[in-house]
Ligand binder design. Structure first.
Ligand SMILES: Cc1ncc(COP(=O)(O)O)c(C=O)c1O
Length: 371
């Protein structure tokens, strides 16, 4: 059965959150539009400082989006053709696209069966003479353990696009544990703009300097380019929204954890496998992802009851036709393949009501009871 109406409990609903910041956004935007200083202005500068403070890094460099954050980070690490980057296939395609965009080759490793995160042993075993970086992805808001990756001596680039404010095994927050961290402010992220945005975090002054050049055509001064760069300038309207939301991020993340705990209780006796509890680090539940027998039928059952869900991600990167020809490890990526058939993201946003969580779990219960 195909349902075309808007779900009553969508996967993500940003309208309620907007109501809580509407006046602040209106006044900030009015001021910016009055000044017509639209790019790389005072809000971008202030947001860079405030976001670096959240992450615990000396620098955050605002860029156009999360994909650019990864590309510019790779460029600032001087990674290009002939170089290899160890990463996962169980991620959003942008992770792999960014590696290819700089001309480097992704070397895929599988994920752990319980966490769906990079298998650190496999990653370490794939380091070779051409390896220039390891690119772990903090998928769904849970961080990859970084201690052993860092100890390898290979630069670590954290894909923290789904992990704003999450904490790491090595202390501090996502984005501060490697040489560089890449963030997306895509609208549905825990910290999302009302358009596009991204940021690269680092403690390395030279890398930060290079990132600031790269994001603006390599220009040291106006119309003087010292590097082949990009147009990836952050914009003032988005920076203003991000500043307003950043002040609430940790509260919203805490509410996401509370929702996850409630889902854990409600789903405890059902056939779906819940996300495993973190080992001390703070998960920020960008998504609450279960593994569900007969996933696609369950999805339809929920959709028919007005409940929106997502599949993150149905086709692993190495299976995308755009990635044809990329090499795989011997034995393939069996856990990645299996997860892509089982994962189901349930409605998750800070404003969802407890009663709605019960509606979701009741609907899941009725699916498994009826067959
Ligand atoms: C894991 C991951 N990497 C990279 C990106 C790319 O970010 P953007 O959409 O802002 O380019 C995203 C988000 O979309 C993501 O979830």
């Amino acid at each position: 059965m195909t349902v075309t109406t808007t779900p009553q409990i969508p996967l993500v609903d940003l309208r309620a959150q907007y109501e809580t910041i509407r006046e602040e956004v209106a006044s900030a935007w009015d001021e910016i539009l009055g000044s017509m200083h639209l790019f790389l202005g005072p809000n971008c500068e202030a947001f860079d400082t405030e976001f670096a403070a959240l992450c615990g890094t000396s620098h955050a460099v605002g860029v156009g989006n999360g994909t650019d954050a990864l590309i510019l980070a790779l460029r600032a690490l001087h990674i290009g053709a002939g170089d290899e980057v160890v990463t996962v296939s169980f991620t959003f395609f942008a992770t792999v696209e960014a590696i290819r965009a700089v001309g480097a080759t992704p070397v895929f490793v599988d994920v752990d069966d319980d966490t769906a995160l990079m298998n650190v042993d496999q990653a370490l075993s794939r380091i070779g003479p051409r390896t220039k970086a390891i690119l772990p992805v903090h998928l769904f808001g849970r961080t990859v353990p970084l201690a052993r990756l860092r100890a390898s001596g290979v630069p670590v680039l954290e894909d923290a696009c789904q992990a704003h404010g999450a904490t790491l095994d090595v202390g501090a927050r996502a984005g501060s544990g490697g040489t560089v961290g890449a963030f997306s402010f895509y609208f549905s992220k825990n910290l999302g703009a009302y358009g596009e945005g991204g940021s690269v975090t680092t403690n390395d002054d030279a890398i930060a300097e290079e990132l600031r050049l790269l994001r603006n055509h390599g220009q040291r001064t106006r119309y003087e380019s010292v590097l082949m760069g990009y147009n990836s300038r952050p914009d003032e309207l988005q920076a203003a929204v991000l500043r307003i939301k950043l002040r609430r991020l940790l509260l919203w993340n805490a509410r996401r954890r509370e929702i996850a705990r409630r889902y854990d209780e409600l789903l405890a006796d059902l056939p779906v496998q819940r996300p495993p509890l973190p080992r001390g680090e703070e998960h920020v539940f960008h998504l609450y992802v279960v593994r569900a027998p007969r996933r696609d039928a369950l999805r339809e059952h929920l959709a028919a009851r007005g409940i929106g869900t997502g599949v993150h991600y149905p086709i692993p990167c190495h299976r995308q036709s755009a990635a044809a020809g990329l090499r795989l490890p011997r034995g393939g990526l069996p856990i990645t393949e299996r997860l892509s058939n089982e994962v189901l993201s349930l409605p998750m946003y800070p404003e969802i009501a407890d009663a709605q969580l019960e509606t979701v779990s009741d609907a899941i219960r009725s699916f498994y009871a009826s067959r």
